[in-house]
Design a protein around this ligand. Sequence first.
Ligand code: NAP
Length: 378
Amino acid sequence: MRQEDPVATHAAHAEPAPEAGTRAMRRAVELAARGLGHTSPNPVVGCVITDAAGTVVGEGWHQRAGGPHAEVHALRAAGAAARGGTAYVTLEPCNHTGRTGPCAQALADAGIARVVYAVPDPNPQASGGAATLRAAGVDTGAGLLRAEAEAGNTAWLTSVRLGRPHVTWKYAATLDGRSAAADGSSRWISSAESRADVHRLRAEADAVLVGGGTLRADDPHLAVRGIDGATQPLRVALDTRAGLPPTARILDDAAPTLLVVAEDADTRHLPGVALLRLPPHGGRIPLDRLLTELYARGVRSLLLEGGPTLAGAFLEAGAVDRVVGYLAPALLGAGPAALGDAGITNISHALRLDLTEAVRVGPDLRITARPATAPKEH
Ligand SMILES: NC(=O)c1ccc[n+]([C@@H]2O[C@H](COP(=O)([O-])OP(=O)(O)OC[C@H]3O[C@@H](n4cnc5c(N)ncnc54)[C@H](OP(=O)(O)O)[C@@H]3O)[C@@H](O)[C@H]2O)c1
């Protein structure tokens, strides 16, 4: 993660007290998070507008792809009070006319005197907003709470940088790292609280993915339950030979589904199922092609739900950006490990992670970590 930059001011302007600006940006970061899971292929963005006296007069966030951007919501809420005020935005205002008009121009037209944004827009199609603002005579500042704003938008920023979805590998295991018992039974390793928490992770993701082993062993459903207003993720399953029966739970209409099969797989028993046909490599679906295809379909964040073989393949490919492990206070002593072969044979090649969070979820421990070295460019 990049370090927070000092706020760079590009034109002289009467500034509100710095702590008021920080408060406004922190609120904008909070607002942005409300969009998680709803905005892809767009980023999450929050905006707070203060009037010339520093009083908050408008708030907004990007609520869904194709809908108004955060700045437009905030400008609407502020009305005439925006004139002469300051807009705090978590991402550089866009300069791009897509399904909505350019926000940089909208801010200038509303008479905003100063725009402070946290993160520059890395998307070449949308960047240049700050230059447009300055050309229109609007004072700009960049970098306020940049680290917090980047953390809130990490999936989108990673996907734009790497040209593939941001991947979170999630697993549940006993304290001795087993994902199932020796007889194969695995329901339920983690608690009801942890399973509810996984629904939140699904709701924040654009797509969830399982391998053929999990598909056959568990007949998983993978839709989000118990979260009001959730946008259902795309359910993706790798099933090279298309052995899935038409009665599989993943094929119901609770959420969209994409079945990934070999290009020559016989799928006549699966009419109406959305298919992605890829040429297998060594009998397996090539993960780089899979990720490219998902990215092209607008998937910016992918939740990898296993099992151990597929997780190992993703790690070996350098395609895991975040790990979320639910550790249950239970021991099995035998049974499959949470992670299969990831191509690591010597301790010196262990994939080292940086721990970003450890919290209790019901009786379990949820550990969040990310690779200590940057994931591979795609
Ligand atoms: N505790 C947990 O968090 C957790 C989570 C999920 C699953 N599980 C458990 O894990 C077990 C299943 O795991 P598993 O390791 O046997 O299977 P898996 O990882 O779910 O799936 C592996 C299968 O995916 C398909 N595949 C296609 N392309 C692949 C690629 N490039 N790399 C890897 N796999 C690819 C292959 O099957 P095809 O050739 O048929 O396509 C492969 O055999 C079940 O018992 C399940 O309950 C536990």
